[in-house]
Every structure is written in structure tokens, then in C-alpha cells.
Design a protein around this ligand. Structure first.
Ligand SMILES: Nc1ncnc2c1ncn2[C@@H]1O[C@H](COP(=O)(O)OP(=O)(O)OP(=O)(O)O)[C@@H](O)[C@H]1O
Length: 256
């Protein structure tokens, strides 16, 4: 049992597909404001874990509680979970290409009712300020009026993180943000996530260890293996843990 107040607590979570346990007796606790990186080899269950948190799929057994057990996520549907402030960014950007950067953010504003209302209804001066603040945070103020479809891959990813901010997501689930990015874009993505930590709680799933090291200095990294937490701790400890080297990093470094 986790003693402290928590934002998210998963206990004894198991999810099987045709008898195969993609998630197997998983215990995972997240404090408010944490920036947690989750690593693990292919098939470790990372995506399935995010699917469970967002209600996309339900576990066979286990519990999943939110906000110090005020909410039981297993009794809620995907939309209700989204409304609680759990936002997810998939690996491939899913922005509205035919709309401008600003419009994409307006469409994501928490409380927006329908596309027509969002784009052609009045937004309050408070919402305008919020959009301007997000544009600065995601470093897209200069591209505010450009169509999202013509942005570079990295910029699209930042816009999508901005859309989670516009939704007022309390927990940002970010799946492999550095995939397909240049080194420069990857570094800037790390800086962006670090600037959001504390104000938001963030779970990042990532394979790129340079990026993991950048965002997790002084923070906890969780290693998933066969649907279970193999170990958790500071990045240096995790990287030198024999079990991790065996199941993940060892294989990667041998491949490199
Ligand atoms: N809907 C499904 N039906 C059957 N098997 C599934 C399903 N979803 C996931 N699995 C299996 O569960 C295991 C965990 O998959 P998952 O995608 O969660 O791992 P992952 O850690 O995200 O992997 P990767 O790093 O490759 O994305 C895999 O063996 C996968 O084949």
C-alpha cells in the first residue's frame, strides 16, 4: 500500500489477451507534479498500461484510483476519465492539419462545446491569454497563424502537447515524444517537458536513453518488463541494475 496522497495508484492490475498477460500484477504510484519516465523493451506492456489508465481497455483484476482514491477509474468510461483531466498524446501527432496552430489550441480548450462554437463563438479574454501563454510555452508563437499541416514533425508534437495544456490536463500521458525527431528537436522536447513538470503530472514512455537521461535527472524512472514493474529508481541506478541490463539496455547496447 502507498501511504502518501497520490494522483494515480494502480494495484494488482492484470490485463490478459487470449491468456497472455500483457499487464501482470502491476503496482504503480504517481505523485502530483511528478515527471515519470517509463521504459521497457518492446512488448513490456507500456501501451496497454496507458490504455488502462485512459479507460480504452479495462483490466481483468486490480484497482486503479485517481486523486488519492477520490475516483475509481475502473468505474468510469473513457470520456469521464478524459474529463477528470487525464490527457494522452499518441506517438503519431494527431493535430487538425487544416486548422491553424491557434485554432488547434482553441479546439482543445477545456469546456469548448463543439467545433463551430469553439472556432466562431467568442473566446474570452482569459482564454486568449491562456492560448498566448501556451503558444509561448510550446515555442510556436511565431507559427500561431500557420496551418498545423505544414509544421515540422517536432513542432506538431509540441502543438499536441500544447493541446493537452489547453484541455487543462492534470496528467499528461506522453507516448514516445522523441520518436522521429532530430537531436535538436528531441532536446527541446525535453526542455518543454521539464518546464511543465511540477505544474502538471507527466508520464513519458520513451526508448531514447539520451532523452530519458535528460528528463529524469533526480527523478524516478520505472522499468516495465512482462507487464510488471521490474524496478524503479534514479536513472543511474536503473541503468546499472543487472536485471535491467539483461532485459532491456543490455539487448539495446549489444544491438548498437
Ligand atoms: N489487443 C491486443 N490483443 C492481443 N495482444 C495484445 C493486444 N494489445 C497488446 N497485446 C500484447 O501485449 C503485449 C504488450 O503490448 P504493448 O503494446 O502494451 O507493449 P509495449 O511495451 O507498448 O511495446 P512497444 O514498446 O513495442 O510499443 C504484446 O505482446 C502485445 O502483442
Amino acid at each position: 500500500m502507498h501511504q502518501k496522497p497520490f494522483l494515480l495508484a494502480a494495484e494488482g492490475l492484470t490485463r490478459s489477451f487470449d491468456g497472455f498477460k500483457a499487464i501482470n500484477d502491476l503496482n504503480f504510484y504517481l505523485d502530483e507534479g511528478e515527471l515519470r519516465t517509463v521504459i521497457g523493451p518492446n512488448g513490456a506492456g507500456k501501451t496497454t498500461f496507458l490504455d488502462l489508465i485512459t479507460g480504452r481497455t479495462k483490466p481483468d483484476v486490480g484497482s486503479l484510483k485517481w486523486d488519492d482514491a477520490k475516483y475509481d477509474l475502473l468505474k468510469m468510461n473513457e470520456y469521464e476519465i478524459y474529463r477528470l483531466g487525464i490527457g494522452r498524446k499518441f506517438q503519431t501527432p494527431t493535430v487538425y492539419n487544416d486548422h491553424t496552430v491557434t485554432e488547434n489550441l482553441i479546439l482543445s480548450l477545456a469546456g469548448s462545446r463543439g467545433i463551430w462554437h469553439s472556432l466562431f463563438g467568442k473566446i474570452t479574454s482569459e482564454q486568449k491569454d491562456r492560448i498566448a501563454e501556451i503558444l509561448t510555452t510550446i515555442k510556436l508563437a511565431d507559427s500561431a497563424h500557420r496551418k498545423a499541416g505544414i509544421l515540422a514533425h517536432g513542432q506538431k508534437q509540441w502543438l499536441e502537447i500544447g493541446m493537452l495544456l489547453a484541455q487543462e490536463a492534470r496528467l499528461l500521458l506522453v507516448d514516445e515524444p522523441a520518436a522521429g525527431m532530430t537531436d535538436e528537436e528531441t532536446y527541446r522536447t525535453g526542455e518543454l517537458l521539464l518546464s511543465l513538470a511540477g505544474k502538471h503530472t507527466i508520464v513519458v514512455i520513451e526508448h531514447d536513453m539520451t532523452f530519458v537521461r535528460q528528463i529524469s535527472q533526480g527523478r524516478k524512472v520505472t522499468v516495465l518488463h512482462q507487464g510488471h514493474v521490474l524496478c524503479e529508481g534514479p536513472v543511474d541506478e536503473v541503468q546499472s541494475d543487472e536485471r535491467v541490463i539483461e532485459v532491456y539496455l543490455g539487448r539495446k547496447s549489444k544491438a548498437a
